[in-house]
Write a protein that binds this ligand. Structure first.
Ligand SMILES: Nc1ncnc2c1ncn2[C@@H]1O[C@H](COP(=O)(O)OP(=O)(O)OP(=O)(O)O)[C@@H](O)[C@H]1O
Ligand SMILES: [Mg+2]
Length: 332
């Protein structure tokens, strides 16, 4: 059996406090997640739930002084034990990032063409001419017809949607095995969003590249990914195939997210999840969702539930077996 592309096992991250003498802050509790080669996994959660921190841990880019436990394995090899050379190769060729705000990740003084080829040329994967040809061809693939002209322009001459297509090309230039996309379309207009997402999905499927797609939009995540993982306060509360998690959600938090979406068929007052989202360090010893859960018991407040298989996917809830699916969806 081949190793998974990425395997995160019981990842826990504590960051240094803001000021000297402050206690460390837990931002990730025991996260376990697996991505098979070519699989795309949607990591869904509200602001502050730890999505970007999980990505940073995978890239080995956590803030200084972060304490990490658990394992992050890429094709069976422990990323946290990589030396400088392995880490450089891993970051430049095997795993690529696409960020939320493309403008913040380009240099306004560097032309698009130079920006696109610099990584692969510096890594000696290609000559500058080969890289230019490849970048041009890939720009056309992502729907940028006048690629040669665009390569000679500066980032400010491109619209946000166009620049995010450039970022998709940038990410795919080294032929990575895994793409980490951190809310890649949140900064774009709704119509452009849909276009950019479909281009990204088309490209990664065509190339059988694995992807971890971060978003706060459960509908979008379910529509484009093979699998889903729902994160709350630094923990994964529900995960499994996209269809199973979306259509047969069993965790009260996932159900709450599904209930709080506006519907186009029916005008009704939106249900909200009472309370505010917590950060991991505020969650205490019990279930991370216990302070907002409709079904909370003392057991939930005292002890964190283990993730276990229910209904074809994985759920971390003490009461999942006794709570009927429809009950959770209605009351959450
Ligand atoms: N450099 C830092 N130092 C200390 N705490 C941090 C730092 N960066 C983030 N945090 C905290 O870590 C937690 C997780 O943050 P993270 O950025 O992973 O959230 P997120 O799920 O990506 O949210 P968003 O949807 O807003 O991007 C939050 O409580 C945040 O305040
Ligand atoms: Mg984030």
């Amino acid at each position: 059996m081949t190793a998974p592309l990425l395997e995160i096992e019981n990842l826990r991250v504590d960051l240094r406090g803001r000021h000297r003498g402050d206690p460390p802050r837990r931002v990730i509790h025991d996260v376990s997640l697996r991505i098979e080669p070519g699989e795309s996994v949607g990591l869904v959660g509200e602001s502050g739930s730890g999505k970007s921190m999980t990505l940073k841990a995978v890239m080995g880019l956590l803030p200084q002084g972060a304490k990490v436990s658990g394992a992050i394995r890429f094709r069976g090899r422990d990323v946290t034990a990589f030396g400088r050379k392995d880490l450089a190769g891993y970051r430049s060729r095997q795993v690529a990032m696409i960020y939320q705000d493309p403008r913040a990740h380009t240099n306004p003084l560097v032309k698009v063409g130079d920006f696109l080829i610099e990584g692969v040329v510096a890594a000696k994967q290609m000559t500058p001419d080969e890289a230019r040809d490849k970048a041009c061809a890939m720009l056309r693939d992502v729907g940028v017809p006048d690629a040669t002209r665009r390569m000679a322009q500066y980032p400010h001459e491109l619209s946000g949607g166009l620049l995010q297509r450039v970022m998709i090309v940038m990410a795919l230039m080294p032929d990575p095995l895994l793409v980490l996309a951190d809310e890649p379309t949140t900064a774009l207009d709704v119509t452009v969003q849909a276009e950019v997402v479909s281009i990204l999905i088309e490209q990664i499927r065509e190339r059988s590249v694995g992807m971890l797609f971060i978003t706060h939009d459960l509908d979008l995540a379910a529509a484009i990914n093979d699998s889903l993982a729902v994160m709350y306060a630094g923990a994964i509360v529900e995960k499994g195939s996209a269809t199973s998690v979306y259509e047969a959600s069993r965790h009260p938090y996932t159900a709450g997210l599904l209930n709080s979406r506006p519907s186009v068929e029916e005008v009704r007052r939106l249900q909200t999840i009472p309370g505010r989202p917590l950060s991991a360090f505020e969650a205490g010893d019990g279930c991370v969702f216990s302070s907002r859960c409709h079904f909370v018991t003392q057991h939930c407040r005292d002890e964190r539930p283990a993730a276990r298989p229910v209904d074809g996917h994985i759920v971390a809830c003490h009461r999942v077996e006794e709570l009927d699916k429809s009950m959770v969806r209605q009351a959450a």
